[in-house]
Design a protein around this ligand. Structure first.
Ligand code: SF4
Ligand code: MG
Length: 296
């Protein structure tokens, strides 16, 4: 069951996909999966008719973290692993902005791995698009937290001896309220999930299996397509936490695509507004009242 994206009824088509494309020439390798992701970002923004000046895209470091440069919105290719906390700061400073955090598996699950849990428990209204290619592409193909055990990389020349991390299980355990997984080649599904994630009033994570043909081979696109599972067609119910957990624990969880879990709960800003109301009701402290607390 997918949750329909609701475009405001009054919306007219003002912005087309081309309005979100920047003039910066891409330096991604030909055939990189990330092309499908940026194309889906354009489609999602156009679908929601978001004015480019009302959108900010924040990334960390890595091949996929170049994405903000290719979109004609505000953007920041920031520091390694810090896309989520910087996005949180941007959103808190200007809640009117639509804020997307983007980056790769190394950036998000290794260097920045500790940030996802805090974004999830705060439930700040962000959409985090992770491009998982199972490798550190920018630094020439070292194994990453999601590289399958046994796989050869430039830093595991006899095969990785580490268990790969399970991003979906991790996000669900952390309490992420909107969780989807997509394949970069399926830009229809991916654009829909990004649009739905943007409209979700809280922390939305979209894990994208986005192959790196340069370091992990061209075959992946064909192989993944052959084994892809469409969760909606399988009858998956994303409102059911136990079913979502089962999906993340399937041996083929990396090939399961669609909305995995959605739970509507108050966002950080909704809770903050309640605190503001309480503060207004209590009134302003006089300086003397504050100083009294330190009377000895
Ligand atoms: Fe894409 Fe891999 Fe090339 Fe990086 S190295 S741009 S991830 S194909
Ligand atoms: Mg990577």
């Amino acid at each position: 069951m997918s949750v329909e994206t609701k475009v405001p009824e009054t919306a007219h088509t003002v912005y087309g996909v081309k309005d979100y494309k920047s003039d910066l020439k891409s330096i991604w390798c030909p055939g990189c999966g990330d092309f499908g992701v940026v194309s889906s970002v354009y489609k999602a923004l156009a679908r929601l008719q978001l004015p480019p000046e009302n959108v900010a895209i924040i990334s960390g470091i890595g091949c996929s973290s170049r994405l903000p440069g290719y979109v004609a919105t505000y953007g920041f290719n920031s520091i390694h692993g810090r896309a989520v906390p910087i996005s949180t700061g941007v959103k808190l400073a200007n809640p009117e902005l639509t804020v997307l955090a983007v980056g790769g598996d190394g950036d998000g699950f290794s260097i920045g791995g500790g940030h996802i849990v805090h974004a999830a428990r705060r439930n700040v209204d962000l959409t985090y698009v992770i491009m998982d290619n199972q490798v550190y592409g920018l630094t020439k193909g070292q194994y990453s937290p999601t590289t399958p055990m046994g796989d050869v990389s430039t830093s595991t020349t006899l095969g990785s001896i580490e268990s790969p991390l399970n991003p979906m299980l991790l996000c669900l355990s952390y309490g992420v309220g909107f969780l989807a997984q997509c394949f970069s080649s399926d830009t229809k599904m991916l654009a829909e999930m990004i649009a739905d994630g943007i409209q979700y009033p809280g922390f939305a994570v979209i894990n994208v299996i986005s192959p790196c043909p340069t370091f992990r081979g061209h075959d992946q696109f064909k192989t993944i397509k052959e084994v892809a599972v469409d969760l909606e067609e399988e009858g998956h119910d994303p409102s059911n936490f136990d079913m979502a957990m089962k999906v993340t624990r399937r041996p083929d969880h990396q090939n399961c695509f669609g909305l995995i879990y959605r739970e509507d709960k108050p966002s950080y800003h909704a809770r903050l507004e309640k605190v503001r109301e309480r503060s207004r009701a209590r009134g302003v402290y006089e300086a003397a009242d504050v100083l009294k607390q330190f009377d000895v």
